[in-house]
Unconditional design. Sequence first.
Length: 88
Amino acid sequence: AGGIPEEVQHRIWSYMFSTAASRADSFEHRGTPLAGYGVGLPLCRLYAHYLGGSLQLISLPGQGTLSYLHLQRLDTDAREELSIRHCR
């Protein structure tokens, strides 16, 4: 089954908190050296806030977890000017 157990849901945004069973074999099984160390959700939420949005989770233990990422939309005429230097 899926979902985040209710007794730990209040801790999911804390750095270094993880529901992973083990960190030792995380890299081989999950593809990243940070898997299982409890940095993924806090960093995702930090990036969302940085971009003017939010990240929310709704978890139903035994069922699964829904994640909602909300980002502000820019106006269609909004743009950022970038100066490009040619390297020779």
